[in-house]
Design a protein around this ligand. Structure first.
Ligand SMILES: NC(=O)c1ccc[n+]([C@@H]2O[C@H](COP(=O)([O-])OP(=O)(O)OC[C@H]3O[C@@H](n4cnc5c(N)ncnc54)[C@H](O)[C@@H]3O)[C@@H](O)[C@H]2O)c1
Ligand SMILES: N[C@H](CO)Cc1c[nH]c[nH+]1
Ligand SMILES: [Zn+2]
Length: 429
């Protein structure tokens, strides 16, 4: 890890660069694959699944038999763990339901807002380097609560053309309607345009590597909505002398093991903590099965010392981490003042892994600084807020004049007439 002491604010953006390729680096590849999917449909999906995932499939729809077999392959212990996570994720997302908001803005003018589900949604479940069945829970549970009708799921197959049983088990448990064995850019392209096998959806959800993320961003230019850019995982920990260095190191490694392009950062006001966390990281790294991956991510990561909490907070808001852990005696200062972070974890006993799996919050979160402008997945992501209004005769008499004057001032006579005709009729009565 790179050790940096008191970096000057003018150098922060350089120091805080993500180790991923840019949208421009990948856009041409995405454009080419999307074009082929538009022209050749399933044939192009087959071609790119063969190229990137090393398996040629003539049918990528998962069958009921495959789902039943998968269910028998998942251990009871894992099923119980999934049930606990599902329960907590359900509770947190179900509590996000809002009731109808209704108000009479002027006498006789009734306005209200109600949420309606997005009827066709596509969930992307990463499967390149680890089968993230927990992501099925994070996406399908809120989709179901929202009332989405068609919930389709794409995930890459392994070299035998199979999907990890836990992904299939979680998908049927949470009410996913169809599952397809395809991943990467080709899965996003298929859900964007639709093919003979894979349905076109209205909104695509889910995290993925940089290829998936750029494909989703490109899809959003093709008329499909996306949740957000949710790319390679990130974690920033703020720790002062009250932190436990081995806990902090374990948290940093937990996100470093996701991928070589993950990034983790420690910001601290204590030089002792900086050194102790560094020592712990290398000690714990040695024992990790995914050492080779985590090691690369760690080499792109920083341990940063700053003089005080104020500077630390400014730097953290500039970075806008996906995950932000606070281990500080002054924790309320950070909790109250943090502006840019996907999800915040507070105190020595709140590991980031809790949010990844089972506390109830969603783990599909904006990366690459997008926490400055995007929320993580939540119940609202699967709904649209629709507005309604009903105006009585009294109501149109109350606001009609204002509408006429404004329409006239914009030079839109037909708009004005729509009110004038009604007012004239009421004046006659
Ligand atoms: N931000 C979040 O909320 C969040 C949540 C979970 C996981 N993640 C991230 O998701 C990512 C999962 O990545 P993954 O790779 O394991 O799985 P993935 O499913 O996202 O990507 C695998 C697919 O990428 C495609 N691919 C691989 N190399 C390619 C190339 N050179 N050109 C074009 N396509 C290529 C293949 O089609 C493959 O099927 C990790 O980076 C992890 O950090 C993020
Ligand atoms: N940390 C990931 C989000 O960046 C989510 C995840 C799934 N499984 C383990 N972790
Ligand atoms: Zn994780």
């Amino acid at each position: 890890m790179n050790k940096i002491y008191n970096p000057q604010p003018e150098n922060w953006s350089e120091i805080l660069k993500r180790p991923t390729q840019s949208f421009n680096d990948i856009e041409e590849t995405v454009k080419g694959i999307f074009k082929e999917i538009q022209q050749k449909g399933d044939q192009a999906v087959i071609k790119y699944t063969s190229l990137f995932d090393g398996i040629t499939l003539d049918n990528f729809t998962v069958t009921n038999e495959e789902i039943q077999t998968a269910t028998t392959l998942v251990s009871d212990e894992l099923k119980e763990a999934i049930a606990i996570a599902k329960d907590n994720i359900f509770k947190f997302h179900n509590a996000q339901q809002t009731s109808k908001i209704e108000i009479e803005t002027t006498e006789g003018v009734q306005c209200w807002q109600e949420k309606r589900p997005i009827s066709k949604v596509g969930l992307y479940i990463p499967g390149g380097s680890a089968p993230l069945f927990s992501t099925v829970l994070m996406l399908a549970i809120p989709a179901k609560i929202a009332g989405c009708n068609d919930i389709i799921l794409c995930t890459p197959p392994n070299k035998e053309g199979k999907i990890n049983p836990a992904i299939l088990y979680a998908a049927q448990l949470c009410g996913v309607t169809k599952i397809y064995k395809t991943g990467g850019i080709q899965a996003i392209g298929a859900m964007t345009y639709g093919t003979a096998s894979i349905d076109k959806v209205y909104k695509i959800f889910g995290p993925g590597n940089q290829f998936v993320t750029v494909a989703k961003q490109f899809a959003s230019q093709q008329g499909v909505a996306i949740d957000m850019p949710a790319g390679p995982s990130e974690l920033l920990v703020f720790a002062d002398e009250t932190a436990n260095p081995s806990f902090v190191a374990s948290d940093l490694l937990s996100q470093a093991e996701h991928g070589k392009d993950s990034q983790v950062i420690l910001v601290t006001t204590s030089k002792n903590i900086l050194n102790d966390v560094e020592t712990e990281i290398y000690k714990q790294l040695e024992k990790l099965p995914r050492k080779e991956i985590a090691q690369v991510a760690i080499s792109n990561s920083n341990l940063i010392f700053v003089d005080n909490d104020t500077l630390a907070l400014d730097l953290i808001n500039e970075y806008g981490p996906e995950h932000f852990i606070i281990c500080a005696k002054n924790e309320n200062y950070f909790v109250e003042k943090i502006e840019n972070a996907g999800s915040v974890f507070i105190g020595n006993y709140t590991p980031e892994s809790a949010g990844d799996y089972a506390s109830g919050t969603n783990h599909t979160l904006p990366t690459n600084g997008y926490s400055k402008s995007y929320s993580g997945v939540n119940l609202d992501s699967f709904q649209k807020a629709m507005t309604f209004q009903k105006i009585s005769k009294k109501g149109i008499q109350n606001i009609g004049k204002s509408i006429e004057i404004m329409a006239e001032a914009e030079g839109l006579q037909a708009h004005k007439n729509a009110v004038t005709l009604r007012l004239n009729e009421l004046n006659k009565a």
